[in-house]
Design a protein. Sequence first.
Lengths: 456, 93
Amino acid sequence: MSPKDIKQAVFLKLQQVVLDCEDNSLLMDVLFRETFSELGETGIPYIFISAIFLDLNLKLSKSSFYDKQTLIRPDEYNQQSEAILPQHIIEDGVQVQLEGNKIVVSEDIKRFIDPIYKDFALIKAVVLSPVFVSGHLAGVIVLACPRLQAEITEDELAFLEVFTNLLAFTYRLQATQKSLSAITQEVYKMNAKLHYVDKLKDDFVSVASHELRTPMTAIKSFLWMALNRQKENLNPDLKRYLDRAYLSTERLISLVNDMLNISRIEGGRIALRLSDVDLVDLGLEVYEELVPKAQERGIKLTVSKGEVQKVLCDRDKVREVFINIVGNSLKFTEKGGTIGINFKQEGDTVITSISDTGRGIAHEDMQRLFKKFGRLENSYVAIAESAGTGLGLFITKSLIALHKGRVWAESPGLGKGSTFFFSLPIVGTELARQVEANAPTENANTKELEKTRLLM
Amino acid sequence: MDPIAQAVSKIIKEQQAVIGPLALDQAKKVSGLTLTNSDDVKVSGNGKEVLEHLVSQYEKFFGKASVEVCREAIDSVRDKLQPADIPDILKSN
């Protein structure tokens, strides 16, 4: 290899050192160590290499020093001052800038190096290479050379200039990463505060919901008593007002119950009592409970009785899921429509589907379906009629997620019905083992779910 | 899941709540930790050191505030951990 090729290889190696360095705080030190070593290898040894970095007022802000004995000594100005005299270096660096940014070689050793430096006698020349960042003098690289100025070739100086550019790039990279790191830490602090406030909000919702429910239950009871007075007939207007007040109170109690459930799920205060569950049996149980309401509304409710393997789940929680989804279908299906509950096995899971011939869901509304208060535009009429809270599907999704299952919906469009699906892990599968290993267990803070009440 | 793995899982989940998916990426860099998600955690070697390295990994990028988040995260499993298994950095001030 020619000397030029060797220098190019050295430069590429040093460049790789910069790119490979994972710890940003060590970047400059690693580069210095490698540079010192590589310069020696290529036959252009130096006694020490030092860098001083300046702030915008040309005051010393950071320095590094490296020689064979002392190794790297970053940011130790006092120790470094034993070897170099920064003020003269800064003055000459500024002079260099004024004279056209050229590297300076000087044999006036005493001007730059303190004579008490242990290897002072070996130094024959000093090379000063200014570092420019964005057109400003950001520092000076100082190399103590054991050869006279005349022995330093143009080729060597050209190489040192390239190395200085790499150092300038590294310095800038380090400064950028340092400021990025500071920003990251600030953003983290803000996120952590938001997270804390979010927890406080959850606690507030939990406490406030509890406090709201007691008086509302009393109001509901008094309204019921007023509506069911035996002794005198209510005038029709008053009865209508009381009916509306009673329904609104029921809605509010349902909303409070749903908010309490969400608060408990999100706060990790719900435990899963896992057991092997036959979903078809559970589906039939839900069918028995809801078929009177379906008949009352003129809707045909069916359950397929096919065989599927048992799933690992909390029976009561999954019952809530069934009530929520089938309840929604009952709300949004017109008289004469049908609702069917079906089951099938797929991989490690049993997928339950609940299909109806109801109002359907517009494609653009699918994204909002399982979000908090994600009621859809076209469902407001039905909500007003049926007193939903807009939280049922969010609770459904949260309960299924605790079982590492999935819940989703499909609909050909408005007026064309919809199908809701949820998956649960089959007993004995890897997925079921994962659910078992990570299921939230009962502790002092555990609460029961408030039961879903269908308000039709 | 053993208590150390539970503590690791709690820490990662709490960090995820603050910084999202980055939390898992940083945890994957910790020697002695094998994980695909915050629920699937395997700890090998010295559990105390792994916990310490995990906290340090977050501290390196996100600063002191992240250490506080780690401390709070393990509060619910602190009783299950042997006192000798809790690195100093996770001990309450």
